[in-house]
Design a protein around this ligand. Structure first.
Ligand SMILES: [Zn+2]
Length: 64
């Protein structure tokens, strides 16, 4: 599980794109969110992350 987080983190750092506001489903927590969304690509698949999950990931990054 920790490896996946590291891969996600790396991809997010490398390929984060901010997009316009709108409703979307977060691929990380599975909740429907509106507002800021973070898109990144993991193994060729697009992953959409909400701001909360992105923040969590950043916090994790500090602990690694
Ligand atoms: Zn989320």
């Amino acid at each position: 599980m920790k490896n996946l987080v590291k891969v996600l983190l790396l991809v997010v750092v490398l390929a984060t794109m901010l997009t316009a506001c709108g409703k979307f489903t977060c691929d990380t927590c599975g909740k429907e969110k509106s507002g800021k969304q973070h898109k990144s690509e993991v193994f060729g698949e697009e992953v959409v992350m909400c701001d909360d999950c992105y923040d969590d990931l950043e916090k994790l990054a500090d602990e690694l």
